[in-house]
Design a protein around this ligand. Structure first.
Ligand SMILES: Nc1nc2c(c(=O)[nH]1)N[C@H]1C(S)=C(S)[C@@H](COP(=O)(O)OP(=O)(O)OC[C@H]3O[C@@H](n4cnc5c(=O)[nH]c(N)nc54)[C@H](O)[C@@H]3O)O[C@H]1N2
Ligand SMILES: Nc1nc2c(c(=O)[nH]1)N[C@H]1C(S)=C(S)[C@@H](COP(=O)(O)OP(=O)(O)OC[C@H]3O[C@@H](n4cnc5c(=O)[nH]c(N)nc54)[C@H](O)[C@@H]3O)O[C@H]1N2
Ligand code: SF4
Ligand SMILES: [Mo]
Length: 681
């Protein structure tokens, strides 16, 4: 038996290091890697199920052509014919329109490995249209940028040093499983855990204090707590005086905040506000964790600003065990990003035209200039977007649709060509985390199955073909192998901070970057004023409130009285994994969760089918009854359930959040500001 090192490249906080056990060229099983200090020898259930994914009978291992589109009639085709068809089409389009902008890339979160950014580099350098924006976190990124100047968080392993951990709109017991170790470590020393979430999640179930507020009302709660602390004289005045800009205005904002309005907005009694204020007052350091759930609401950005303000005025920024956690991307700058920028600098390789990744179907129809005629889809299931009901109409005039993936998914109905991608066990790659500082390597533990190729290899071959047919048309570098690319990706500083001289040394185990464990300890904020900006002129210039003022979320209308929440599921990662037998437990089946009282009033029983609908469309789901959600809120986990597909996102209207364009080019979709009605069938 040989043992190889791999990393899980999913869009997941943990980026686990994997030990892959191979016999006779076959991946027998995988295990956690004890050398990875963050995951400490553990994976999640999805991670342990990888062998089933690699050898899944439905995994596509040869290029396929669908004749005609939408028929499900897939025929095998050679790589040469498939990529030849794409290259000729790209050039024909250029000839017809005089520009490559009718060629479009839609790429997102299927695989965040460094080399998987290659399609971005290739299509940007070509002068094509590239879908930009980000489904996860745009509003929150902007909110933190306005407040602190940069999105920067402490080492998440430091959470073990906290006295109080307050999680706002995150469910790490499912979505960041290994962080729970550091939370429990803190608790074993007496720390307390507070969870603020409309749903009594698996994380909330462990909390010392759980506040089940109304969706979108976090800002009201945070301001209410700050007001209470101010009135009791429990704020950190010395920290405020040294580090905060806009304190006088913020104080006025608190003065004008009415307790009755907080109760009304959050649905929480004033005692809950007092209780949370007491937790903040009695503990230091406090770690504040901003989950992504908070900012998937219309005014999610403003709510994040208010929560960050609370962390600041209580003096919980810049000290070990304290700080604001959301995301960590600054260490990604240690990579050269050659794949992402086609071997050039970010400034030199800008897409000719962009289209929002959010509401992609709707945005395609609004695009100015030549329409999209060729669409390349990689690492994406378009049914994860909002406005999915428009997809058929928006894609019908696209003359060639190419999809690169491991499985035929919902998007495949629109694809003409399907190109089979390798898994992380069949390729070289480096994977960085957007949460912790460990870096790991993917090395080919097994040969690619069938004719699978990595996104980089496919991109390289397409580039080569284009340059044969029309010399000079593609600027994408011709460094041939994945290993050559990785050599180009690693900067000297990266090696130095990892304490290695060559990326191949990571075969011996993942390494942790030498990177600051505490953030903002020097008070060196990156804002224009150099302080924490509770009053942000930059925000005001961008048409946002100067202060983290609370903006009430959209309210339900009589026709659609229920707020539908569609958060992330336990047994999958977005659209991935639910086609594996091993993972059809727990949240692994589509269901609509109804509050027990609502179910009684509607005379609906467990397992009954209901029709869930709004002005966008409808879906039919079996009911599960629960006491864990409020009576006017409905819950259905997002994801793709291969056996019983539900086009859930046709219900997502695609209203935009208040922020997001500063950091990711596009405002995010307010996925959780969705209202529906339901009718028993
Ligand atoms: N209703 C609702 N919708 C949501 C959300 C929500 O909370 N509610 N969350 C949103 C969020 S945060 C996100 S990040 C998006 C995620 O949605 P997407 O960006 O579409 O990401 P995934 O579903 O993770 O993966 C997409 C595809 O990538 C494929 N893939 C995996 N590895 C590779 C590879 O190496 N190469 C290629 N070419 N393909 C690969 C997978 O098989 C899968 O089909 O969904 C969003 N949609
Ligand atoms: N198992 C698993 N892990 C994952 C993923 C997955 O799909 N499955 N996806 C990965 C990706 S791409 C992402 S973006 C992250 C997302 O992971 P998380 O950060 O945990 O975010 P969400 O699942 O979107 O939402 C978390 C919680 O926010 C709550 N919420 C909704 N609206 C509000 C609100 O207004 N206020 C408050 N306080 N809470 C609210 C929801 O009820 C939900 O319980 O997880 C990553 N990890
Ligand atoms: S999905 Fe997340 S927790 Fe699970 S193996 Fe992958 S990185 Fe680890
Ligand atoms: Mo995400």
């Amino acid at each position: 038996m040989q043992v190889f090192r791999n990393v899980c490249p999913r869009n997941c906080y943990c980026s686990c290091s994997i030990l892959s056990y191979v016999e006779d060229g076959r991946l027998l099983r995988v295990g956690g890697d004890p050398q990875h200090g963050f995951t400490r020898g553990n994976l999640c259930a999805k991670g342990y199920a990888y062998p089933q994914r690699v050898y899944h009978p439905q995994r596509v291992i040869y290029p396929l052509k669908q004749i005609p589109r939408g028929s499900g009639n897939w025929e095998r085709i050679s790589w040469e014919d498939a990529l030849g068809m794409v290259a000729r089409k790209i050039l024909e389009i250029k000839g017809r329109y005089g520009t490559f902008t009718p060629v479009c890339l839609n790429w997102q979160s299927g695989n965040y490995g460094v080399l998987h950014h290659a399609p971005l580099g290739f299509f940007s350098a070509l002068g094509a249209t590239v879908a930009d924006g980000n489904a996860c976190w745009s509003a929150g990124l902007d909110a933190l940028k306005y407040t602190f100047g940069s999105v920067r968080q402490p080492d998440p392993e430091n959470m073990a040093l906290s006295e109080l951990i307050v999680i706002w709109g995150g469910n790490p017991a499912w979505t960041a499983v290994h962080q729970m170790h550091f939370i429990e470590k803190a608790r074993s020393r007496g720390a307390k855990l507070v969870v603020i979430d409309p749903i009594l999640t698996a994380t909330a179930a462990r909390a010392d204090l759980y506040l089940g507020l109304k969706p979108g009302s976090d800002g009201a709660l945070a301001l209410g707590v700050a007001k209470e602390l101010l009135e009791k004289g429990w704020l950190d005045v010395s920290y405020i005086e040294r580090h905060i800009q806009g304190w006088a205005e913020f104080k006025e904002l608190l003065a004008s905040t009415k307790v009755a309005a907080i109760e009304q907005e959050t649905g929480l009694p004033s005692e809950a506000v007092t209780e949370l204020a007491l937790y903040y007052a009695e503990s230091k350091p406090v770690a504040t964790w901003l989950g992504m759930g908070v900012q998937r609401n219309l005014y999610g950005g403003q709510n994040i600003r208010a929560i960050a303000a609370l962390a600041a005025v209580t003096g919980n920024v810049g000290l070990p065990g304290g700080g604001v956690y959301y995301a960590s991307m600054e260490h990604w700058s240690l990579l050269n990003w050659k794949a992402k920028y086609a071997g050039e600098s970010p400034a030199a390789v800008k897409p000719e035209r962009t289209v929002s990744i959010n509401n992609f179907a709707g945005e395609l129809q609004k695009l100015e200039g030549p329409p999209v005629k060729l669409l390349w889809i990689s690492c994406r299931d378009l049914f994860q977007d909002a406005q999915t009901a428009l997809l058929g109409q928006s894609l019908q005039d696209v003359e060639l649709i190419v999809q690169v993936d491991q499985f035929l998914n919902r998007t495949s109905q629109f694809s003409d060509l399907f190109l089979p991608a390798t898994t992380q066990f069949e390729e070289w790659d480096l994977v960085f985390s957007y949460w912790h500082y460990w870096v790991g390597l993917n090395q080919p533990a097994i040969k690619p199955r069938g004719e699978c190729r990595s996104d980089l290899e496919i991109t390289l071959e397409l580039s080569r073909l284009l340059n044969i047919l029309a010399p000079g048309s593609s600027r994408f570098p011709a460094w041939a192998t994945e290993e050559e690319w990785l050599e180009q990706e690693c900067s000297a500083e990266l090696y130095q901070r990892l304490g290695i001289k060559d990326f191949r040394e990571l075969k011996e185990g993942p390494k942790k970057l030498d990177w600051p464990r505490v953030t903002w300890s020097e008070g060196d904020f990156n804002t224009p004023s150099g302080k924490i900006e509770l009053g942000s002129f930059l925000a005001a210039e961008n048409g946002l409130p100067l202060l983290p003022a609370y903006q009430a979320p959209a309210k339900s209308q009589p026709a659609y009285p229920y707020n539908l929440l569609t958060p992330h599921l336990q047994a999958g990662t977005n659209s991935q994994f639910m086609n594996l037998e091993w993972l059809s437990f727990g949240s692994g089946q589509p269901a609509l969760y109804l509050n027990v009282e609502l179910a009684a009033s509607l005379k609906v029983r467990e397992g009954d089918l209901v029709r869930l609908y709004n002005q966008q469309g409808e879906v039919i789901l079996p009911v599960k009854i629960t006491a864990r959600i409020p009576v006017d809120t409905l819950l259905c986990y997002e994801g793709w359930f291969a056996k019983q597909d539900v086009n859930l996102n046709r219900l997502i209207e695609g209203r935009l959040t208040d922020m997001g364009n500063l950091e990711t080019g596009q405002k995010a979709v307010a996925f959780y500001t969705t209202f529906v009605n339901l009718a028993p069938l």
